[in-house]
Design a protein around this ligand. Structure first.
Ligand SMILES: [Zn+2]
Length: 322
């Protein structure tokens, strides 16, 4: 840990203990929404599939439940559109759709009676095949060719993911096939969320938004594939679960990962908003189709609290989101 981050942590801890995050709220937290983004939440400690631990997730939920009004993403977006009067509101959003959303996140949310929203990529439940990003993680984890030790594999993995995120659908598919031929992986199939699981999540209080069908970065897609990837995910959720989809989250969600064409498709489908992974608090004047969210892979509760209160940088590099 650097001296600077030690200092920030100590400062945040001191602020948390002092109660300033609660007492001064009316002065600096008005008219803003906190949209939190989560991905995997589990205790597998698998470096190929990084996750937030259940303990940290639970501590973050306790903090939220004690201090904020937590609502579904669509409700918070509607409140923003009406001018966002009063204390800040929070939405918990979880991207992609993994078994741990049902097995770990849901029980912790239920225990505190907190709602959340899942932005689901529909390929895994619909076809039984994992998203390409997870396929790449699986290939590198179970490669049988000599790739060096674990740290060499993980370095190679992050390089591959970074390279592929800049490509379109055909090139990604080709690169994944070539990687599989080169690394000859052999391992147990990845566990995926099924439609029954998604329906159970919805029954137990998780609202649903779309996140494309196959999780390509939409700005890299041609017009037809772009419309199909977004449209299919919205249609499948509505058909398989029987709920209206009002919102969307861009895969990877950095400014270079979405564009005006994607926003036009979302509007044409009647959707009301879209979430990015640009790091920041949402305010009433924001474009509802480019809402920032706060990233949550932060083991320090004081730093988490500080981010919620609006301290710290609002933009983050694109390295680890998906
Ligand atoms: Zn995603």
């Amino acid at each position: 840990m650097t001296v600077e981050s030690r200092f920030k942590k100590a400062l945040a801890y001191g602020l948390l203990q002092s109660g300033v995050f609660s007492l001064s709220r009316p002065h600096f937290e008005k008219r803003r929404a906190i949209l939190l983004v989560y991905h995997r939440i589990n205790d597998a400690k698998d470096p190929y599939f990084p996750a937030l631990s259940r303990t940290i997730f639970a501590a973050q939920l306790d903090y939220l439940a004690g201090r904020y009004l937590v609502q579904s993403y669509d409700d918070v977006v509607a409140w923003l559109a009406e001018g966002a009067d009063g204390a800040p509101r929070v939405a918990v959003t979880i991207d992609d759709g993994y078994p741990d959303t049902l097995e770990v996140a849901l029980p912790e949310l239920e225990r505190r009676a907190l709602p959340a929203t899942l932005f689901l990529s529909t390929q895994p439940p619909e076809t039984g095949r994992p998203l390409w990003t997870d396929r790449v993680r699986w290939i590198v984890k179970y490669a049988r060719t000599n790739m060096g030790d674990e740290s060499a594999r993980l370095t190679r993995l992050s390089q591959i993911l970074a390279r592929l995120k800049a490509l379109g659908q055909a090139q990604v598919d080709q690169a994944v096939a070539e990687l599989e031929a080169e690394l000859r992986p052999e391992g147990p199939d990845l566990r995926l969320l099924s439609w029954d699981d998604v329906r159970e999540l919805q029954r137990r209080g998780i609202s649903l938004g779309a996140h494309t069908h196959r999780h390509y970065m939409v700005s890299r897609l041609d017009d037809a594939t772009l419309a199909d990837e977004i449209g299919q995910s919205v249609r499948l959720i509505e058909q398989r679960v029987g709920v209206e989809v009002k919102s969307f989250a861009y895969p990877n969600g950095q400014p270079e990962d979405y564009d005006a064409r994607a926003i036009a498709v979302l509007r044409s489908l009647g959707l009301r908003s879209a979430a990015t992974c640009r790091h920041g608090l949402a305010r009433p004047g924001n474009d509802p189709f480019q809402l920032p969210r706060l990233y949550t892979r932060e083991p320090s509760l004081p730093l988490f609290a500080a981010r919620l209160a609006g301290f710290g940088r609002e933009e983050r590099p694109a390295s680890s989101v998906s």
